[in-house]
Design a protein around this ligand. Structure first.
Ligand SMILES: Cc1cc2nc3c(=O)[nH]c(=O)nc-3n(C[C@H](O)[C@H](O)[C@H](O)COP(=O)(O)O)c2cc1C
Length: 178
């Protein structure tokens, strides 16, 4: 098979895990939302998640200061809002208001859940050792919520350059993973 060289700047689009998530933070009664797709599971239980958040984002300062956030998992139905939250700054925009999203009080953290997302993971920062170098936060999920009526969530997965893949068919196979 003839192959063509892929620019290294496009590699992330092949490996990027998805789903695209919306991370909420809050400080001084002001909540914020940012879109994030560079994340990975690190441990089953307690669930540990790693994600890269650039220090150029308003959310970075909020997360660093409060050490709490919610990872909200949206579906394709609100894709436009997801991209909107990833192209605006909480420093100047109230994203809940601008994108008509509904904040819901979390059980264990100060940041709100996004009502329109089918799953919400309340998190506490567990490890900041790689934040300065890579913007890599490790967070522990301390409370998880799911919409039980959503049987086949059509999550969105970032492929780069404004392209997204929508999760589709589900198949069941034997696996050594849990
Ligand atoms: C699909 C998508 C995925 C993104 N993934 C990330 C990411 O993984 N890490 C990151 O730092 N920024 C990511 N961004 C950019 C932030 O969402 C963007 O800079 C946002 O405006 C930050 O909001 P804030 O300044 O209110 O925190 C992504 C944006 C989009 C649209």
């Amino acid at each position: 098979m003839a192959r063509r060289s892929l620019p290294l700047s496009k590699v992330y689009g092949l490996l990027e895990p998805g789903p695209v998530v919306m991370v909420t933070t809050a400080r001084g009664g002001r909540p914020n939302i940012m879109t994030l797709s560079w994340h990975t599971m690190i441990e089953f239980e307690p669930p540990l998640v790693g994600f890269v958040m650039s220090n150029r984002n308003h959310s970075f300062g909020l997360l660093k200061a409060t050490r709490e956030c919610v990872i909200n998992i949206p579906t394709v139905e609100i894709a436009e809002k997801v991209v909107g939250c990833g192209n605006s700054s909480g420093a100047t925009t109230d994203k809940f208001e601008t994108f008509c999203l509904t904040p819901k009080t979390a059980a264990r953290v100060g940041a709100p859940l996004i009502e329109e997302c089918y799953a919400n993971l309340e998190c506490r920062v567990a490890d900041t050792r790689m934040v300065e170098r890579y913007g890599l936060f490790v967070v522990e999920v301390i409370q998880a919520w799911i919409d039980p009526t959503e049987k086949n969530p059509r999550t969105i997965h970032h492929l780069g350059s404004g392209n997204f893949m929508v999760a589709g068919e589900r198949i069941k196979l034997r696996s050594k993973m849990k």
